[in-house]
Structure formats: C-alpha cells, structure tokens
Design a protein. Structure first.
Lengths: 52, 361
C-alpha cells in the first residue's frame, strides 16, 4: 500500500476531533434538509414523474 | 425559432464570481500562513461555503425578492474585515461569515444565469468558469502586501454588476412562469430521484478526480496560473459546446476525450492542460441535468452540485493515492463509471431550443 497515504496524523486528528464532529453533524443536517427540499420540489413541481 | 437570451448575464456574474473567489482565496491564503489553521481552515471553508448553497438556493427560489448577490457582497466584505480585525469571539466566526457570503454570491449567480438562459448551458457555464480565474488570482494576491481594506473595496465593485444582472432576472421572471423550463435533458425512463442521485454522484467523482489528476509538471507560479486558467476556459467551453453539439455528445467527449490527456500528461504540460480543459467541460452538463429535473428550483439544483463537490473533496483531506500509477487507474475506473451514468441519465434526443415550451409542466 505504498501508493496510499493517510494524510491526517493521530496527533493532528486529536487536535481537531471536536471541530470535525461538529462539522460532520452540520454536514449531515444540511444534506438531510436538502433531501427534504428536493422531495418537496419533486412532489409539487417535478415534471419527471408525470412524463415518465 | 430560437428564443433570444441574454448571454451578457453570464459575463456579468462571471466577473462577480471572479471577485468572490479572489476575496475568499485572499483570506484563505493569508490564514494558511498560520500553521494553527493549516488543514482545518480549508476544510471548514469547503463545508460551509459549498454545502449550505442548497438551503440558500431553496430560500432564493421561494423568495425571489431577496437579492442574494447584495447580501453576499456585504457578508464577504464583513468576513474579510473580521478575519483581519479581531473583534468577534471564536477562531472561525469570521470565516463562517465569509463562507455564507460566498454561498450567497454563488446562488445569486446561479439564479440569474439559469433563469435568463432559456434552457441553454452557456450562461451558467460562463458564470461558473469565472471562478477559476478568481481562485488563482486570490491565491497570488494573498502573497502580496495588498491590505485587506483594498480587497473589501474590490468586493464592493460587484454591487453594480449584481444589480444590473438582477434587472435581467426580473425580466426573465416576468416573461415566463417558469424560466428554467427550457432545461429538458434528462431521460424520462428513469426516476427523477435516481437522476438526481446519479448526477450528484458524478459531481462527487469529478470533485475527487480533480485532485487525483497527475500534474507533476505543475511546479511554478506561471504553470499554476495556466492550470487554473485552463480549468476556467474548460468550464465555460463546456456550456458553449453543449449548446452547439448537444448535451450527451459533450458529456461523452468531456469524460472519454479527457482520459488519455489526463493519464499521459503527468510530465507534459500541453497534453495535461488539454485534458484538464476537456475534463472541466463536464461541470455544465451536471448542472443542466439537475436543473432539468428541478426546473422550478434552479437555486436548489445548483446547491446540489456544490454538495456533490463538497462530498467529493472530503476524502482528499484524509487520504489520497500518492503514485501516478494508482491515480491513473483510479481516474480510468471513475471515468468509466461516469460514462455509464451519463449514458443512462441523459435523454437520447435532446430538446431543440426552437421547440421549448416556456411553461412549467
């Protein structure tokens, strides 16, 4: 596995673990809200299903 | 008969996008000089500038009177100010303001360019392409002694362009119930949900591939400038070529055509930049596909592409392949996947602009 490199060392990861968890939660929340918006849009206005 | 569209809107927002990226990468370049921020700072930027664009885009779709461009300009200016004047609590508060400003600018541009395009790809492509020039300009500017208030003044030069572009958007909205109805490029044989998932997947793959392209030739500042300029031209060309020869052909050319140039261009700049240019053309295809499915919500559709880009770049922060051979294998495999996805989700007979219906279904 010489071609594969882990960029984040344990030392660095230990320093940024807390912000990473917060960022992870934010990302998941944004994606979940976006999925809801997409669902609403497809249900209300999406033409794809009508045309299929 | 082809519907007349305002291509100048794309150029107006290409300038706005250019300045936006200059402002953001000026701040990032300055902050990256501080080792405490190394790694985490660009990660936060990637997440908070890219991911929220879907939510901001949806708000903009539903409340068109909110001028995201103007809001974004003031947030960017505030972000630069607070990154340099330490008055806000927390290490990253100013960066968050900058990121949200960046997101607002992108959504403002997407709304205007897509609504005024009459279903063409070139408007959005020109707007997006302008950003690549700004990224490298901002990086270079951050290494100069230019003071932050000069960059704030530069940010405010966007206001007239944003306001002028807004008049085009109002005109497009007044002329049609659904200005983006002209985007009709996805296959109707598969579920719209699947089209969205697969398109976002392609954007993710592209985002990851962008970092895996072997470019050992890229060592000097001039070569770096050439790399980013080529990328910007490629993004713009993707939309223009897509309008000329069709979305499906452009998609296939941009993925298959770029492959040999990317693989064999590791040490030869001319070969590599041809590959980068062709590879960058995919951007406008994925955007057009998402707007095609969500033609009442161009802001939300644009935001989905940026979520895909964010998700595609996340792995880069943690691990990557370090040998040219491994990257070449990865690029080949991912390109094959993208070709298969495009074959499935893009409709065979593309809608001619003369036959477009200007109403939502």
């Amino acid at each position: 596995m010489d071609s594969f490199k882990i960029l984040v060392s344990d030392f660095l990861l230990s320093r940024v673990r807390e912000p990473l968890i917060i960022l992870g939660i934010i990302a998941v929340a944004i994606i979940a809200v976006t999925a809801v918006f997409v669902g609403i849009e497809l249900k209300n206005n999406g033409r794809g299903e009508n045309d299929a | 008969m082809k519907k007349k569209t305002n291509i100048e809107v794309g150029w107006l927002y290409a300038y706005v996008h250019f300045i936006t990226e200059i402002v953001c990468f000026y701040v990032l370049g300055r902050k990256l000089g501080d080792s405490a921020f190394l790694w985490l700072f660009p990660f936060i930027y990637d997440e908070l500038a890219f991911a929220p664009q879907s939510i901001i885009g949806y708000i903009s779709d539903k409340f068109p009177k909110i001028n995201m461009g103007v809001i974004g300009t003031f947030l960017l200016a505030a972000g630069v100010l607070f990154c340099n004047v330490d008055v806000l609590p927390g290490d990253f508060t100013a960066l968050v303001i900058l990121c949200i400003g960046n997101a607002c600018m992108h959504i403002g541009g997407a709304e205007v360019a897509l609504r005024c395009s009459g279903g063409r790809l070139s408007h959005g492509a020109i707007f997006v392409g302008g950003g690549s020039f700004g990224v490298i300009a901002g990086k270079l500017l951050s290494k100069t002694p230019i003071p932050f208030y000069a960059v704030i003044l530069l940010a405010f030069t966007m206001i007239p362009f944003v306001l002028l572009a807004e008049t085009y958007r109002k005109k497009a909205d007044a002329e049609s119930v659904c200005p983006c109805a002209g985007f009709d490029y996805h296959s109707k044989n598969i579920s719209p949900v699947l089209v969205i998932i697969l398109t976002v997947f392609v954007v993710m793959v592209r985002g990851y591939m962008g970092y895996g392209i072997p470019t050992s030739w890229n060592k000097t500042v001039i070569q770096n400038v050439i790399f980013y300029v080529t990328m910007g031209i490629g993004k713009m060309a993707g939309g223009i070529v897509g309008d000329k020869i069709g979305v499906k052909k452009t998609a296939m050319i941009s993925v298959i055509g770029a492959l040999p140039f990317l693989i064999f261009g590791d040490k030869i700049m001319m070969v590599s930049i041809i590959g980068v240019m062709i590879f960058s053309m995919t951007m406008s295809i994925t955007l057009a596909l998402l707007v095609s499915v969500l033609n009442n919500s161009p802001g939300l559709a644009f935001g989905l592409t940026t979520i895909g880009l964010f998700l595609g770049t996340v792995p880069i922060f943690f691990f990557k392949f370090t040998t040219v051979q491994a990257n070449c294998v990865l690029i080949t495999v991912l390109s094959a996947v993208c070709v298969a996805v495009f074959q499935i989700i893009i409709r065979k007979e593309e809608n001619k602009h003369g036959q477009l219906q200007n109403t939502c279904q």
